[in-house]
Design a protein around this ligand. Structure first.
Ligand code: GCU
Length: 454
């Protein structure tokens, strides 16, 4: 803190913002680190991390494991329906009042980090509005910016970007799906030969149901890298300081952004904030699970190919592993504290929770967990690990009076287990939500339209 203030005083007014984030020292006399990841390791007293798996080169000695026979070194998962002191959780009331808060505390401390109590507020502004079409549905499209109040630290601005497409004509407030979207940086050119996937876009599919589709740009909330942790909402809430080990990472920051969109919907007359689902793929599939866990106002989730750090079990050795997430390219998704599990003597089995615990935090709300096929390029996410974690979470759904997965063995690819509140489907394609979208929307319709118009 002191060091940063000194640096800023020397900077002068012109380049204050840049200066405010340029120094990685915690205090005078502290070493200057190569990057924030190295600094976090130092803070945790870690000298070396075990390496992550190589996902690209099958000849690499540390190439990812895809052999099911050796994928389960730790088959026993931490119990869901047992308090930390060993007391069995036998009622919905006990889950809500005791076990759920315990799990939230563990995820805060060990995995995703804590949101500070005083994160500044957001003021939404419609910056553009136009009429158009989503397929053959007439729509109104709004570009919105959520300005975060930065009066306590004006050196960092956070302007959340979101586009909302809603039916031009609707009899009343409509349900909505909020997607975390990848938005290419300005000037980005698609690689040669790239073309958008065939068929209707998610927006067209959602609008065809008569609902609204919001697309949130997570990187406008928090950058997708470690260097950005002193900027974005994490940096602003920390007044430009680097993170402490239990501070929030990007996944919780993105989830926080989704909650702010919901705040805006609560103010709107055209969207029904009590019927909003949240969707995302891959790192944003992880963000969906985190959002659902921490934000009870989201009615439903659709998490696709979320993999390590999302729905696949940390205790599995298949595809991506914990050490990849703890490495310098991905650790920023999590609390700094998480990386200690990639350093001896701690290992995967020391985590007091796992992916099934995360999924259980959505219960009893409808949650659709998707994945693609390993043979089509989705092996890195460990589809079977995703299924196993989802199946395990079923006990919590059942305790809360909802339906979990009906079977314990992984179904044939392309078979949706969508009859209950907790749904699973491995589609026949690769690392995409595309083929699961229509199945998810049928699932969602069951809940969103139930009792409507009676
Ligand atoms: C990498 C990363 C995954 C992540 C994915 C993505 O493959 O290892 O954990 O889900 O990127 O978000 O595209």
């Amino acid at each position: 803190m002191k060091q940063i203030m000194v640096t800023m005083a020397l900077c002068g007014a012109v380049a204050l913002a840049a200066c405010a984030v340029s120094d990685l020292r915690d205090a005078p006399g502290e070493p200057v680190f190569e990057n924030d990841h190295a600094r976090m390791m130092h803070l945790l007293g870690i000298e070396q991390l075990r390496p992550g798996r190589n996902g690209m080169d099958p000849t690499h000695p540390n190439y990812a494991n895809y052999d099911e026979a050796t994928s389960n070194p730790y088959p026993d998962l931490p119990p869901l329906l047992e308090l930390e002191d060993g007391t069995p959780v036998t009622s919905a009331q006990m889950w809500r009042a005791e076990r759920r808060p315990e799990l939230i505390e563990l995820f805060d401390r060990e995995i995703y980090g804590r949101v500070p109590a005083d994160v500044p507020g957001v003021r939404w502004e419609v910056v553009a509005e136009r009429e158009g079409w989503a397929g053959d549905v007439p729509v109104v499209i709004q570009d919105l910016v959520g300005h975060v109040d930065n009066s306590t630290w004006p050196f960092i601005s956070v302007d959340i970007e979101m586009t909302l497409t809603r039916p031009a004509a609707a009899p009343g407030p409509v349900p909505a799906v909020l997607s975390f979207v990848f938005r290419p940086p300005p000037g980005w050119e698609p690689p040669e030969g790239w073309s958008p996937p065939p068929g209707p876009t998610p927006t067209e599919l959602v609008l065809a149901r008569g609902w609204a589709h919001a697309e949130l740009v997570p990187t406008s909330v928090q950058a997708d890298n470690g260097a950005g942790l002193r900027e974005g909402i994490v940096g602003l809430a920390n007044k430009g300081e680097p993170r402490a080990p239990e501070d929030w990472g990007a996944l919780r920051a993105w989830a926080w952004g989704a909650s702010r969109v919901l705040d805006h919907f609560e103010e709107m007359e055209t969207v029904d904030a009590s019927r909003v689902g949240v969707e995302g793929l891959s790192r944003y599939g992880k963000a969906v699970l985190v959002t659902m866990a921490y934000e009870p106002r989201f009615a439903m989730g659709f998490s696709g190919s979320s993999g390590e750090g999302g729905a696949s079990l940390y205790r599995r050795d298949n595809g991506e592993i914990l050490e990849n997430i703890a490495g310098s390219g991905e650790y920023h998704w999590m609390a700094g504290n998480f990386i200690k599990y990639a350093a001896d003597p701690l290992g995967w089995d020391d985590l007091p929770i796992d992916a099934h615990s995360l999924i259980a935090l959505s219960a009893p709300r409808p949650l659709f967990v998707g994945t693609g096929l390993a043979e089509e390029g989705d092996g890195w996410v460990d589809p079977r690990g995703i299924f196993m974690a989802t199946a395990e979470a079923s006990t919590v759904y059942e305790l809360l009076g909802a339906k979990g997965l009906p079977i314990e063995d992984m179904p044939e690819p392309g078979t949706g287990l969508t009859a209950g509140e907790l749904a699973f489907r491995q589609h026949l394609g690769g690392h995409t939500n595309g083929p699961n979208w229509p199945v998810f929307l049928d699932f969602a319709e069951r809940y969103f339209e139930a009792g409507q118009g009676d």
